[in-house]
Design a protein around this ligand. Structure first.
Ligand SMILES: Cc1ncc(COP(=O)(O)O)c(C=O)c1O
Length: 419
């Protein structure tokens, strides 16, 4: 673990989240469902209600509340440009969520494909970065190739990527981190390989963004999507695209909407209250770090977040070895924690994932069970029709005490089977 990073203080951060005070049967709830959606700090809640209280309006009008809506959109765009390190705010478009953005963008991008072309998707991805591309490929007569992962540690077989790329390949749709098993992708390498073959890269960073620094310029991806409700904000999706692509591609839009990015990618009326919350969520993240600019604060904040979450992961993985019958999927090597998020898919011998999740839920410990739309992951692991796995997802607002409470509850459940 890096030692020159100041430790994150979970106590002062937790105090900002009203939902973290929730009690279940007299005990404080433990929110380990962050990969499905995180809680929001007070400043995000205030931003949403503040927008509505100030006076709502559509944007683009010549009066006060409409100008306010314009400002809200522009500030949210700039905030997301800082978070992702976009070259300019026009590279950021908003939409309902990542899935909707990806469906509509896949429609636009696939207009550039010819029958006989090829695209690549991965088995480590959430279905929202698979099905839109499968359907677009079907519509255009395009062949789909699959990049597999190694089931032993659930990391992508990037070494196989060059063998899938050829002169007919148009797109690589790839995850930055798996929402099921937490494995991160070496995106720098994947993008270099794809670009060397002239292939565009669309990155799903929905699960990655709350846990590590996104830098679209360093990654050099062509497109990247994320969802603000996974990083402490409201339910809004974000699409980044290199400006030249976003300007030149044809968007599905109504007349006479502008033909320029980003407006042409934002169909209908946006949720301005949510966009107020987008800025507040980025400001919250930035407040975890220090520095002259918001981007500098974000860089430090995400380094602190990552170091803290690696500490939680280590505590969980070490403790997990003592829970009878508990199997952890994905990277379990303590030396390789930098390559995963603190999201763990597990099984407990003798119990279905639903039984484990329900038992933990009764103790006030919130975890998911099933496939969480990582359909291809569960299929590859042979678990899709077996109830999937239990997903334990830590975030920076979780504590060591919560990790221990989870491990104690799992141990108690495991021992109840033995009796
Ligand atoms: C990795 C990943 N990709 C995509 C999605 C879909 O995101 P949204 O709910 O914004 O459509 C999710 C949601 O859980 C996810 O975890």
């Amino acid at each position: 673990m890096t030692t020159d990073i100041l430790p994150l203080d979970p106590v002062s951060l937790r105090a900002q989240f009203p939902a973290l005070q929730l009690e279940v049967n007299g005990e404080t709830a433990v929110f380990l469902d962050g990969p499905g959606g995180t809680q929001s700090p007070q400043r995000v809640i205030d931003a949403l209600s503040g927008y509505l209280a100030y006076g709502s309006s559509n944007h683009g009008g010549l009066f006060l509340t409409s100008r306010h809506a314009d400002a809200v959109v522009e500030e949210a765009r700039q905030a997301m440009a800082d978070l992702l390190n976009a070259r300019r705010p026009e590279e950021i478009s908003f939409g309902q969520n990542m899935t909707s953005l990806t469906f509509s963008f896949s429609r636009a991008l696939s207009r550039t494909w010819q029958a006989g072309d090829e695209i690549i998707v991965t088995r480590l991805d959430h279905d929202a970065n698979i099905s839109p591309w499968l359907m677009a490929a079907e519509d255009r007569g395009v062949t789909v190739r699959w990049l597999d992962f190694n089931p032993a540690n659930c990391t992508l077989n990037l070494a196989d990527l060059p063998g899938l790329l050829n002169e007919k390949t148009r797109l690589l749709a790839i995850t930055a981190a798996s929402n099921a098993v937490g494995s991160m992708t070496d995106l720098g390498t994947a993008v270099k390989m794809a670009h060397a073959a002239g292939v565009l890269v669309y990155v799903d960073a929905v699960h990655y963004t709350p846990h590590a620094l996104v830098d679209v310029q360093a990654i050099d991806c062509d497109f990247l999507v994320c969802s603000v409700y996974k990083f402490f904000g409201p339910h809004t999706g974000v699409l980044y695209g290199k400006f030249e692509h976003m300007e030149s591609l044809t968007a599905y839009k109504v007349r006479p909407a502008s033909n320029h990015a980003p407006g042409k990618w934002e169909t209908g009326t946006q949720s301005f209250e949510s966009l107020s919350g987008v800025k507040a969520a980025v400001e919250y993240l930035a407040s975890i770090g220090e520095g002259e600019t918001r981007r500098a604060r974000l860089v430090q904040a995400m380094a602190r977040t990552k170091a803290y979450e690696m500490m939680l992961s280590e505590r969980f993985l070490v403790g997990a070895t003592a829970v009878p019958g508990l199997k952890v999927y994905g990277i379990t090597d303590i030396e390789r924690l930098a390559e995963r998020t603190p999201t763990f898919a597990v099984s407990l011998a003798g119990f279905t994932p639903a039984e484990v999740a329900e038992y933990l839920g009764e103790q006030g410990i919130f975890v998911w069970d099933g496939h969480y739309y990582a359909i291809a992951v569960m299929e590859r692991l042979g678990l899709l029709d077996k109830g999937g796995l239990v997903r334990i997802g830590f975030a920076h607002y979780n504590t060591v005490e919560e990790v221990d409470r989870l491990l104690a509850a799992l141990t108690k459940l495991a021992q109840s089977r033995a009796v």
